[in-house]
Design a protein around this ligand. Structure first.
Ligand SMILES: [Zn+2]
Length: 495
């Protein structure tokens, strides 16, 4: 994500309002809750799940989702959107699984048996870092089938005889990933699935703009997404295509592959209006007052065409540094300010496009496993924003980029400036070996389509930096884990 101008605002606290390195202000828990953290070490190291914990006598466990298949009924005539989602989840220990979802369930079935939907409710973790929806049923280790029904309001806007669904996400806010729309897990968990849109009560032919595969099955628009996706990966925008300017082209990858490019912009631009201001505002913007035509349509198409050219340039640049573009297609929605990255897709201003496409390697192919690893891709993309400078000195003021509680889910603001400065310093450190970009390239190759933690990144640097005479553990303590921050705070209090 490009943090300079937060994409989401108004109804949520602006992330930029928080000081660098801070987490969300603590909310006091009800005094009745009593917590303890489970000591079980997970056998599957690749899972990276946070530890289970006990609260009020129940054990909350983090499982491994195998699949999520959802059917969304969009009734344009009735202005009503309902979802039925089927989740297959494997548990390695007994307990009540977190299956994250923000909307309130109206019906819940576990292994074919209906349970009280009110028992599927929000639970805070013991560190008060976040909260998640937890099934109020004790389950044994093994695979379970959970069906959830609910009304979908987030990201849905009906207008005239059409509907737009935009599953917009943010890694700078809590509970702002897929859980706003569909049952999911925290970022550590990768799983495949499908979403079928059943659009009723209209004659308008809608289109799904998605990084997944889209097909039409029995009149439904079906998106399927691959096994390496996590809660941050999927881009989903159901549109009435008559209300958008759409430009399509092909990027010839260095690998020889021909990558389809689709760039689209909502509605049309008034002549003379800067394209990067398209669609400013919170959530979904109202549809344009008229169907695009004439000059205003040309402006919208100009923005889309410019987006195509900028996409080709940025991908060619990033391929030189990090190797072949790692997704089957690239989909760009030009709207909003700043931007957000998805796997092979982005919503972005034209200004932030190169930044978001950098994330196609770091963030949405090699993916952070949790909020403690989210700083790495932002630091790398922001280092690119600055033109990849080299520094011989460490950033002067330590900031906390990682080492938050295991349930923490937000990328800290310090990832951008401080993170970029740290990357510049690492470029100086690795200068005898050709700089830091080749190290990032190797790291990307090791974690393509996988999730990684800060600790794995550190281990990688230690291996690659062997013989450089640098104590990477000490460097990370100072510049990543923020050791020394509390000393600084004490000092400033004493002032
Ligand atoms: Zn970013």
């Amino acid at each position: 994500m490009q943090a300079i101008k937060p994409l989401l605002g108004a109804t949520r606290a602006s992330p930029s309002a928080l000081p660098e390195g801070s987490v969300k202000p603590a909310v006091s828990r009800p005094a009745l809750d009593t917590y303890s953290v489970g000591g079980s070490v997970r056998a599957d190291a690749a899972l990276h799940a946070p530890p289970s914990f006990q609260v009020n006598g129940k054990t909350v466990v983090f499982g491994d989702i195998k699949k999520v298949d959802s059917t969304v009924i969009l009734d344009v005539a009735a202005r009503k959107s309902t979802v039925k989602a089927v989740v297959e989840i494997e548990l390695s220990e007994k307990g009540q699984p977190a299956i994250e979802l923000v909307p309130r369930a109206t019906k819940v079935t576990v292994n074919g048996k209906e349970v009280d939907p009110a028992s599927y409710s929000d639970v805070r973790d013991p560190a008060n870092a976040s909260s998640f929806k937890v099934l109020g049923v004790d389950l044994e280790p093994g695979v379970h089938r959970v069906e959830v029904e609910y009304e979908l309001t987030a990201g849905v806007r009906y207008s005239g005889d059409s509907v737009e669904v935009f599953a917009r996400k943010s890694d700078l806010e809590n509970r702002a990933m897929d859980e706003q729309y569909f049952p999911t897990n925290l970022e550590y968990d990768q799983y495949p699935g499908s979403i079928a849109f059943d659009i009723r009560g209209t004659e308008v032919k809608h289109r799904v703009m998605s990084n997944g595969d889209v097909s039409e099955v029995d009149g439904k628009l079906v998106v399927t997404f691959p096994a390496h996706y996590n809660t941050a990966s999927l881009f989903l925008n159901v549109i009435n295509p008559a209300r958008f300017s759409i430009s399509e082209d092909v990027f010839k990858s260095a690998s020889g592959a021909e990558i389809p490019i689709t760039v689209y912009t909502p509605g049309s631009l008034a002549p003379g209006k800067a394209p990067d201001r398209l669609g400013d505002g919170v959530g979904l913007k109202p549809p344009p007052p008229t169907v695009p035509n004439g000059d205003s349509n040309l402006s919208g198409m100009e923005a889309a065409h410019r987006g195509v050219e900028l996409t080709k340039q940025a991908l060619a640049k990033h391929e030189k540094d990090f190797g072949a573009y790692p997704h089957p297609r690239v989909l760009v929605r030009v709207s909003g300010s700043g931007g957000m990255e998805y796997s092979g897709a982005t919503e972005t201003s034209l200004n932030a496009l190169e930044h978001e496409l950098h994330h196609q390697w770091f963030a949405r192919s090699a993916q952070p496993a949790n909020g403690n690893a989210g700083w790495i891709d932002e630091a790398a993309a922001s280092w690119n924003d600055r033109g990849y400078p080299t520094s011989r000195s460490e950033p002067g003021v330590p900031r906390k980029l990682s080492g938050f509680p295991a349930w923490h889910r937000i990328t800290p603001q310090a990832a951008y400036n401080h993170g970029a400065s740290l990357m510049a310093f690492l470029d100086g450190v690795f200068a005898p070996k050709g700089g830091f970009r080749p190290v990032l390239k190797k790291f990307f190759e090791a974690y393509t389509k996988k999730v990684f933690t800060t600790e794995q990144f550190l281990e990688f640097l230690k291996k690659e930096g062997a013989g450089l005479g640098v104590d990477f553990d000490a460097l990370f303590k100072r510049q990543v884990y923020g050791t020394g921050l509390h000393l600084m705070k004490k000092a400033s209090k004493a002032d």
